[in-house]
Design a protein around this ligand. Structure first.
Ligand SMILES: C[S@@+](CC[C@H](N)C(=O)[O-])C[C@H]1O[C@@H](n2cnc3c(N)ncnc32)[C@H](O)[C@@H]1O
Length: 188
């Protein structure tokens, strides 16, 4: 049995280096989205998406592969029942995503696509998905009319570009615009 590929690091809020989560919160505000269910890839230790969206009456289901970030989530929700009610972070490897345990989403962030694929990820023994399959799986879990967002500043963006180009031809999605560092698609 192989161990899960977890991230042996943690990420504080560094808006000058990685503004995607802050830009995402601003985009949600600009769209006046309320009562929506959001899938968020990469919580950071700061959990700024879960905290801000709980205030805006949206629900966030987010993944972290960092034990430290998950510990920070446990501390956060232990001390704040409103956040606990609206923000569910889970510890896992996104490449092991299983649609059977995922709800449907109105908004999906894939800011770190192509950043964490490991040499063994898609091996039979590990049982993980490719980046394209992660993208397809989360697209299928997105409701019609929902949004899928990418981060142009990601370390994985150069690798993601051709994957996104093929995906937008194969799936019922359309680029609807850019917001600061983010690319915004809509599911038809
Ligand atoms: C560079 S940090 C960015 C965090 C946050 N989005 C931000 O911009 O501040 C990358 C994030 O991806 C998460 N991550 C790393 N590998 C992952 C994996 N295999 N599956 C899911 N999440 C992963 C980390 O836990 C971390 O939250």
């Amino acid at each position: 049995m192989l161990k899960m590929n977890y991230w042996q690091a943690e990420w504080p809020l560094l808006v000058d280096v990685c503004p995607c989560d802050v830009h995402f919160n601003e985009w949600v505000t600009s769209q006046k989205l309320k009562d929506k269910t959001i899938y968020h890839f990469g919580t950071g230790t700061h959990h700024v998406v879960g905290i801000e969206q709980a205030k805006r009456k949206n629900r966030v289901f987010a993944i972290t592969a960092s034990k430290e970030e998950y510990d920070a989530y446990v501390k956060l929700v232990t001390e704040n029942s409103t956040v606990a009610k609206n923000y569910l972070a889970y510890f896992g490897d996104i490449y092991l995503s299983n649609s059977g345990v995922l709800p449907e989403f109105d908004v999906v962030t894939l800011f770190h696509l192509c950043e964490f694929f490991q040499p063994n990820t898609a091996s039979k023994e590990y049982g993980g998905l490719t980046d394209r399959k992660v993208l397809d799986l989360l697209t299928d879990r997105t409701r019609k009319g929902g949004h899928i967002l990418f981060y142009k500043g990601s370390d994985g963006f150069a690798k993601s570009k051709p994957i996104i180009a093929k995906w937008e031809k194969a799936k019922p999605v359309k680029l609807v615009g850019e917001f600061k560092t983010l690319l915004v698609y809509r599911k038809k």
